[in-house]
Every structure is written in C-alpha cells, then in structure tokens.
Design a protein around this ligand. Sequence first.
Ligand code: ES4
Ligand code: ZN
Length: 326
Amino acid sequence: MADIKLLASLPKAELHLHIEGTLEPTLMWALAKKHGITLPYNSVDDIAKAYQFDDLQSFLDLYYQGANVLRDEDDFFQLMWAYLLRCKEDNVVHTEMMIDPQTHTSRGIGFDVFMTGFTRAIEKAKNELGISCYLILSFLRHLSEEDAIETLAQANDYYEDFIAVGLDSSELGNPPEKFVNVFEQARALGFKCVAHAGEEGPPEYVWQALELLKVDRIDHGVRSAEDPKLMTHLAAQKIPLTVCPQSNLKLRVVNDMAEHNILKLLDEGLLVTVNSDDPSYFGGYMNDNFVALNDALSMSDAQMIKLAKHSFDGSFLPETIKQQWL
Ligand code: ES4
Ligand code: ZN
C-alpha cells in the first residue's frame, strides 16, 4: 500500500476539472446572500447533505442550479482562487480545467464577466503560488451543435486564453457525432480537443470522440474496458484517459471503489490519470481521490508514482516543461 507521505511529495497535474464543480457550499451560501438569491436549502450543512446522486443527470441538475449564484466578476475570481489555493495544498502544480460558458451566457452573463474574474485569479496563482493553468472551453452536449458554434464565436476575444475545447454534460443520447462541425471549426482555429466519453456512454462513444472529433484526450473513458480493440488502440496511441474515481463512485459508474478499474487500465499500459472532476460535489480534491483509491485498492508506490507522472505526460504542456516533471 502506497504511503500518504509519498503522495504529498509528488508534484501532480490535474487534467479533468470543471471549475463550476469546485463551488463549495460555504461560497455558494455567501454568494446567494450577497446577491439576495433564495436557495432551496436552509443552511450550509443542508447544501452538503443534498449531494446524494443516483446518476450523472441527478448530479447535473444540482450542479447547474448551484452555478446560478455566480453573477459578477469577483464571484468568478473567488471561485477560481479558492480552487487554486486548494491545488497548492495537494501539490498540484499545473491544471487544465473546463469552463462551461453556456451555463453563464444562457443567464445573460458574458465572457467579459467570467473570463476577467478567472484570468485575474490565474495570474495571481501563477505569481504567488507558482501554479500554471490552462483553460478548456467546454460545450454542453445536451444543447444543440448550433448553440456550441455560437458559443465558440462568442469566445472570439478570448481565444488566447484557451488551449482546447471540450464536451461535457448529459452523455447518453448526446453522442460525439452530434458535434462534428464545431470540433472541426475548433481544430481549424488551433485548439486541442477533449471530450467526455465512456463515463455513462458505451465504448462506441469513445470511438466516435477519437475518430469523428479527433480528440487528443478522453475524459473518463472507463467503459473502454468493455472493448478489447479499443483498449489496444488507446494503449498503442497513448491516448490519455482522465479518470475521476470519486466522481465515478458518487455517480454510480462503479458500485464500490474496490471495483474501480483504473489500476487494471494502468497495468494494461493505458495513459490513465487521477482527477477530481467536481470536487465540491463528489467529496474530494486530487489527493483525496488518490487516498480513496489507495484505501480500496491498495496501490503500490510504483503505481502511485506512475499515475502522478502520467498527469504531466497527458497534459498539453510543451515537451520541454513536461520533461522537467517526468
Ligand atoms: C460533469 Cl462528471 C461530469 N460528466 C459530464 N459532464 C459534467 N459536467 C460537470 N461534471
Ligand atoms: Zn467531467
């Protein structure tokens, strides 16, 4: 069983995180009060108690409702700064995180508001904490491709701030093939591409993300294990899978952490990484996810070190910087 001291000593990168999913109940409560918003909860404790989910959709309903308290530039700054402070505690030195613009633009909050707040916190973290941060513009797949195309156009003044585009929200019934055109546009603009696939959806969705959207990395992807050909392809092409153990448990993608397949995927040669997804909702940040895995599956020191190294290997950092961490 790997040592917790080793975990703390290992520099790590987080590659699968939704910034809106870092909204802690205390900040949600404070922002609701600040803006005079009535929440369907009686206390901060009540918010945390409501975080019991049956599946992805039951989580998404609360996640979008929670984001409604984010209104002005300083709210977005606070959200980002709190997460980056938390990264420091876990020795996370680099993060590549998703922003869901449509969650905000649909409420009349523009890129100028949330991007100004986010980038102010990111600059501060770079200077004061030595943490680097890349942003991924993620499209909500339960909305139309047209909406995604319009969102990409609205981001025009902020292209420099994004490294990639992504695809998240309700997976089943919204396959990657629905977004071929917008991903083609994004690639033509020079963005890297990622997509959630194989979380609740079948291996076929992972194939589609790879072949139709030409993604550089798969978010989740744990259901790939059901397709041996896909496993061989992922290993041969070194496609990173950004796995989120506590998320998978909370959303019942796995019934028990002891049944999680991440170490099996690792031992089969896949470039898997550990990530926290929506840490406020799923009960833990980066190191908590490692601890939960270690407690249930008793990973070796070598496996822990490999997972930490993979987090840089699977990142979009320039090769020279990657090498410094490998
Ligand atoms: C998400 Cl866990 C997960 N899956 C899909 N979409 C998401 N958005 C935020 N968290
Ligand atoms: Zn996710």
